[in-house]
Write a protein that binds this ligand. Structure first.
Ligand code: ADP
Ligand code: MG
Ligand code: MG
Length: 852
């Protein structure tokens, strides 16, 4: 017969799947001999049966009765006893902690009858009525869905009538009256009287914990945290201990180290004469643990020893809940505690110093996602007004600047700007690059603005739907507030909040360290980052290069630890004033005019490369030949058509615009993404590729003549050295006979592998996909292991079989995504290349991949 109920002495911390985190850790503390009130756990198996069949497993009732009987024996008390009643807490607890998502009911077993026994036995009438009012409140809310506010309101009325500033001001008699009031509220909303049978209370409480698994807030939380929906929760039933038994009692929460900063030393809050959540609910001012030391040195000393023991046992920061009942300390919960990204690094490094863990383990305790968070600046919110709107936090950081509504204007501004758009598109690039931050009213985490901003390390809040953005009027309005062009706003890419005015910003010390502005000894966080990234470097097999196409980015890439440039795009080298040369090239009607345009481009390109080779002297620089379709360098068809039509309407000759229009029409493609680009363009207009290759070679020659050591490599986009279309992956063996190295362009490979265009689908249906859970993460953010990953594995295997010394890397956005980096390690790639700001993240994750 299946077993659904386990005593605390039967479990241990590794049984979280079965007993939930809270239950498993209570078992562990019991095994360690710590003072834990006895109890038992109804397993997640039972919950899953309940959730799938709608009823408790038939044997559950009897198994609970047996364990209750044992518990009663141990306590020398019985549930429902009128002389000395056993009271219970019924607590939820799933495998993963879901803070505040599901309910716990305290003081189960109190009734109009048993309260007399509780009064007599405790000798404290006030306490007993206080416990009873709490039970009716928690039970009513959790089991029968009675609105919280009704109880809160009745409590407020009672406090006011008694002239009490908080709950402690209510006497036994007043609490008794409050209980009567609570019972009326309960009856009115539950359609029945408050249950007076303790066993029925217990049974309903257990069931409501099961039900709370599917409450809306729990469901939403799980989706956000990617916790599977079918795990179910366990239910812990344990003997009550009372922190509300007068001044020498109380309840508290504590951490073995500061979870916000990682600072050593226990840290926590204590509230005397209180029960349960009171300490975190802000009902009265709490005391610090240092103050508890004054109040109850014996319990404080014991608490300290226990926390020390727990930390050594779990080898990590623990958080705990405890209660002191008339001077006796009880442990009610512990777990490895959540912490900020900064604390994660600091604590991991401290634990190494303390000899608790080794450096490999420290590397497992931090993540690339955390390092990303540490690299963005942050707002100082201490004096801030509330936000005017909240959007989707798409790229973390804190940005302040003047609101500007058009990309070219943002690019022209001299001071810091926030580019505000309904949504962005590739035309907005110059403005995005120039702005401190990007704010859009449409689109999600995978919108153009979001993806580009993350790549550039820019702050971005997108999809702030409350904003009514009017680009023509150069303003947006929200809730009656109008922000005009030039007004200063602040956006927080970590929370999605938008503020009017300038909030003070703190630059990230971690970035300053990578930039070389701060010594690794500057502060504990920087020291920990330095140490762990250093260890990752020592462990990793995967090389880390950077995507950089300006001397500035190249310098930063080097400072941030890149072993070279894995992708130097050349497109931008044809923008700005040089665009005219491309126009001339396209419009050229004879060989001579064409060559003249190319001759002008050559020295410009050569200089671009000379500078980059100088910055990366001695390191490889992979130059990608021009990739996008040429029409991207020409005016838009619609604009041009309008200009020409207008000229014709005025009876004027459209001149050059007319010629351009003919060319643009000729080159117009239904699906440019699948059109004349990359290597195809190179085959149709070979002179452009030839000019670029010549520029690379001449630049290298110039550098060699100057005593430098340039190491250029040339990359042919789409299908060539780059593997960007599925067919290229499937014919890798053949390509490897011609290519010296492979670089996966995973952005294009993802688009073409899935058959959808990023810019289109991210705005259209991705948000819905993410909501429905069809994607956990966008495949443009995190590599799709099963599909695109398979193409990569095939290409690596077949390419290497054909050419064993083939070097294989990746240069898509995925190269800086922690989860994807781990995949590229597994797939046996030689290197990843990512934006300079992601280089440290990739270094860390490449190291972690070897120890996970
Ligand atoms: P959560 O998971 O939301 O923290 P808990 O199950 O930990 O919920 O319980 C809520 C509160 O009740 C906590 O403050 C906890 O310490 C307290 N509590 C739980 N069980 C007992 C008990 N047996 N005696 C006294 N207080 C308890
Ligand atoms: Mg708790
Ligand atoms: Mg590409």
């Amino acid at each position: 017969m299946p077993s659904y109920v386990y005593d605390f002495v039967e479990g241990n911390k590794d049984l979280k799947d079965l007993l939930g985190g809270k239950g498993a850790n209570l078992c562990e503390m019991t095994r360690l001999g710590l003072p834990v009130p006895p109890g038992f756990i109804v397993s997640t198996d039972a919950c899953r049966v309940y959730l799938s069949t709608g009823a408790e497993p038939p044997e559950l009732g009897r198994q609970i009765a047996e364990h209750l009987h044992l518990l009663e024996g141990r306590m020398g008390q019985q549930l429902g006893d009128r002389d000395d009643p056993l009271l219970l807490s019924v607590r939820s607890g799933a495998k993963f902690s879901m803070p505040g998502m599901m309910e716990t009911i305290l003081n189960v077993g109190l009734t109009d009858t048993t309260i007399a026994g509780l009064i007599r036995h405790s000798g404290d009438e006030r306490f007993a009525w206080d416990a009873y009012r709490r039970l009716i409140h928690m039970f009513g809310k959790t089991v029968y869905g009675v609105p919280d506010e009704l109880f809160e309101h009745a409590l407020d009325v009672a406090k006011r009538a008694a002239g009490a500033s908080n709950d402690l001001g209510l006497s036994a008699g007043q609490l008794h009256e409050l209980v009567d009031e609570y019972k009326k509220i309960f009856a009115a909303h539950a359609g029945r009287d408050f249950p007076q049978a303790p066993h029925e209370q217990l049974q309903l409480a257990v069931r409501s914990v099961f039900d709370s698994w599917n409450s809306e807030r729990a469901t939403v939380y799980r989706r956000q945290e990617r916790i599977p929906a079918d795990l179910g929760t366990a239910v812990t039933v344990m003997a009550m201990v009372f922190g509300n038994l007068g001044a020498n009692s109380g309840t508290g929460v504590a951490f073995t180290r500061d979870p916000a900063t990682g600072a050593r030393g226990i840290y926590g809050d204590y509230l005397a004469n209180a029960q349960g959540e009171d300490v975190v609910a802000g009902i009265r001012n709490t005391l610090s643990l240092q103050e508890l030391e004054q109040l109850d040195p014996r319990s404080f000393g014991q608490l300290n020893r226990i926390m020390d023991r727990l930390e050594h046992h779990y080898r990590d920061l623990c958080d705990i809940e405890f209660t002191i009942e008339r001077g006796k300390l009880w442990m009610l919960q512990t777990r490895v505690g959540k912490r900020t990204a900064a604390a994660a690094f600091i604590i991991a490094s401290q634990l190494v110093d303390e000899g608790v863990i080794d450096l490999d383990e420290a590397l497992r305790r931090v993540s690339g996602e955390q390092l990303v968070r540490l690299m963005f600046p942050a707002f100082d919110l201490s004096h801030a007004d509330p936000p005017i709107a909240t959007g989707i936090p798409a790229s973390p950081g804190a940005a302040v600047g003047r609101a500007i509504f058009e990309a070219h204007r943002a690019a022209a501004e001299s001071g810091p700007t926030i580019l505000v758009r309904r949504e962005t598109n590739p035309d907005d690039m110059p403005g995005i690059v120039a702005a401190q931050g990007i704010l859009t009213s449409r689109g999600g985490k995978t919108s153009h603005a979001a993806v580009v901003a993350r790549g550039l390390g820019k702050t971005c809040v997108c999809g702030a739907e409350a904003l009514d953005v009017d680009v023509d009027a150069r303003q947006f309005t929200v809730d009656g507030v109008t922000v005009r062009e030039g007004d200063v706003i602040s956006i927080d890419g970590t929370t999605g909040n938008v503020y009017v005015g300038e909030l003070p910003v703190r630059p990230s010390p971690v970035v300053r360290y990578f930039e070389g502005e701060l010594s690794p000894l500057a502060d504990p966080l920087v020291a920990a980052v330095d140490r762990l990234v250093g260890h990752a470097d020592a462990k990793r097999r995967l090389g880390v290069m950077a995507n950089a196409d300006t001397p500035d980015d190249a310098r930063r890439a080097r400072r941030f630890g890149a072993a070279g440039i894995g992708l130097c795009r050349t497109e931008h080298m044809f923008l700005g004033e040089r665009r005219m040369l491309i126009e001339r090239l396209i419009l050229a009607t004879d060989e001579q005019a064409r060559q003249a345009a190319l001759d002008e481009l050559l020295p410009l390109q050569r200089n671009d490369f000379i500078e980059i080779f100088r910055e990366l002297d001695g390191l490889p620089v992979v130059v990608r030949l021009i990739d996008p379709p040429l029409h991207e360098f020409l005016p838009a068809l619609a604009d041009l058509t309008a200009t020409v039509a207008a000229a014709q309407a005025r009876g004027e000759d459209p001149g050059r615009d007319g010629e351009l229009l003919v060319a643009v029409r000729r080159m117009h493609e239904q699906n440019p993404m699948l059109g004349l680009r990359g290597v195809r363009l190179g085959l149709v207009i070979p002179e452009l590729f030839a000019m670029q290759v010549r520029a690379v070679a001449q630049a290298a020659a110039v550098r060699v003549a100057a005593g430098g050591n340039p190491r250029p490599e040339i990359m042919v986009p789409l299908v060539g050295t780059m593997i960007e279309v599925p067919r290229a992956a499937l014919t890798a063996a053949e390509i490897a006979t011609a290519a010296d190295f492979f670089s996966f362009g995973t952005n294009d490979l993802t688009q073409m592998g899935w058959g959808f265009s990023r810019d289109d689908v991210e705005a259209a249906f991705f948000p819905r996909y993410l909501q429905l859970g069809i994607f956990g993460a966008s495949p443009f953010e995190t590599i799709d292991r099963t599909g695109i990953g398979r193409l990569i594995r095939i290409a690596v295997a077949e390419g290497r079989a054909a050419r064993p010394e083939l070097v294989v890397g990746v240069c898509g956005e995925h190269g800086g995504d922690p989860e994807s980096v781990r995949f590229f390690h597994e797939a046996g790639l030689d290197y990843v290349s990512c934006s300079p700001y992601r280089v440290p993240v990739a270094r860390l994750e490449a190291g972690r991949a070897t120890v996970l």
